[in-house]
Design a protein around this ligand. Structure first.
Ligand code: BYC
Length: 317
């Protein structure tokens, strides 16, 4: 069969909502797009542990500490499912990690901002996990089977993360004047970077059109961003906090909130490695990788011992 015929059958299966599985034929560009997106997603989960991990030792109560610890551990788990999903496409985990540590790989822009107060932990859960869920619910229906299945559990866990963040914001907003100010300050700093998480506008997005044809993405960056804003405005009202956008206004005709201009220069600057914490995040990731070398060595030694014993048993039998 010619490549053209194979591509046609492939697209027909996508159009018929049949999931593509690891060992099936797929166009090279589909495989590459998935490895790119899934590995960037995995790196985001792993680097995403850093800004929140920063507050584990300073959580204001045992209950808050337990919830934050569980959340950060969940993010590690998400990273591992996603690296495994990328491996089903032929990527090597060691290569992916090397790309992250050498600064070649992208990860979400949002994790290059600092967490300066406890309210930032609330804002991250509410806004960052809220935006992540908006994006990832559509990915439970993505066309590549292993990625779609990994997303189901990830979304359930992200939903708990969003609630724990919103609950922190609720407690602070109903607290003292200083606590309310802290919550407002966190919203002021995280609002715009959260909107940037959805990626460049549809006009500027290089991959959206093809990814939607392949049903890797089911909604565009702008659609998801709008959906997120529409959902979050009411939540901010309930907290008694003000979204830092003077142009935010309900539009009766479109049934959406209109919003102000996003600073795309800031976004691209962060993506290129020049955000407030890019260098710090890479440094911390390298240190964590180096500190974990003994665990990898021990695991490998154990695996080698097991396979040697299994080989010995087969010989005896
Ligand atoms: N940051 O054509 P586009 C989480 C890049 S949540 C950095 O629209 P695509 C978590 C993009 O990679 C966060 N780079 O691309 C939550 C591309 O560059 P390359 C992670 C970005 O892929 C809480 C270029 O810009 N979520 O993990 O069609 C706690 C053009 O963009 C960003 C996911 O990764 C950005 N924000 O759409 C802990 C979800 N946006 O590759 C953890 C899965 C765009 O050509 N990913 N770029 O060099 C996706 O859904 C899509 O990849 C995106 C971008 C919507 C993010």
């Amino acid at each position: 069969m010619s490549t053209h015929d194979l591509e046609q059958i492939f697209q027909e299966r996508i159009d018929a909502e049949i999931k593509i599985e690891a060992k099936e034929w797929m166009p090279d560009a589909y495989r590459k797009t998935l490895i790119r997106q899934i590995s960037q997603h995995a790196h985001s989960e792993i680097v995403g542990m850093l800004p929140e991990g920063n507050w584990i030792t300073r959580a204001p109560s045992l209950r808050r500490k337990v919830a934050l610890l569980a959340k950060v551990q969940d993010e590690a788990g998400h990273g591992l499912y996603l690296y495994s999903a990328a491996e089903t496409l032929g990527a090597e985990r060691d290569d992916l990690i090397e790309q992250l540590l050498t600064g070649k790989a992208k990860y979400s822009s949002i994790f290059n901002y600092p967490t300066v107060s406890w309210a930032d932990i609330g804002a991250i859960g509410w806004l960052v996990d809220g935006a992540a869920i908006m994006n990832q619910v559509m990915l439970t229906r993505t066309s590549y089977g292993p990625y779609a299945r990994a997303m189901v559990r990830i979304c359930k866990e992200e939903s708990f993360h969003q609630r724990q963040g919103y609950e922190i914001m609720l407690a602070l907003s109903n607290g003292t004047e200083a606590q309310k100010n802290m919550a407002q300050d966190a919203l002021n700093r995280w609002w715009w970077p959260s909107l940037m998480m959805f990626g460049p506008s549809d006009k500027e997005s290089s991959h959206t059109e093809q990814s939607m044809r392949w049903k890797i993405k089911r909604k565009s960056n702008d659609e998801l961003r709008q959906q997120f804003i529409n959902q979050t405005v009411g939540q901010a009202d309930f907290l008694g906090l003000t979204i830092p956008d003077p142009d935010l206004k309900w539009n009766e005709a479109t049934g959406n909130y209109d919003f102000g201009a996003i600073d795309w220069e800031e976004f691209w600057n962060v993506v290129k490695g020049n955000g407030p914490c890019n260098k710090e995040r890479i440094r911390a990731s390298i240190k964590a990788h180096e500190d974990g070398a003994w665990v990898r060595e021990a695991a490998l030694a154990h695996a080698e011992k097991r396979s040697a014993r299994a080989a010995q048993k087969t010989q005896v039998a």
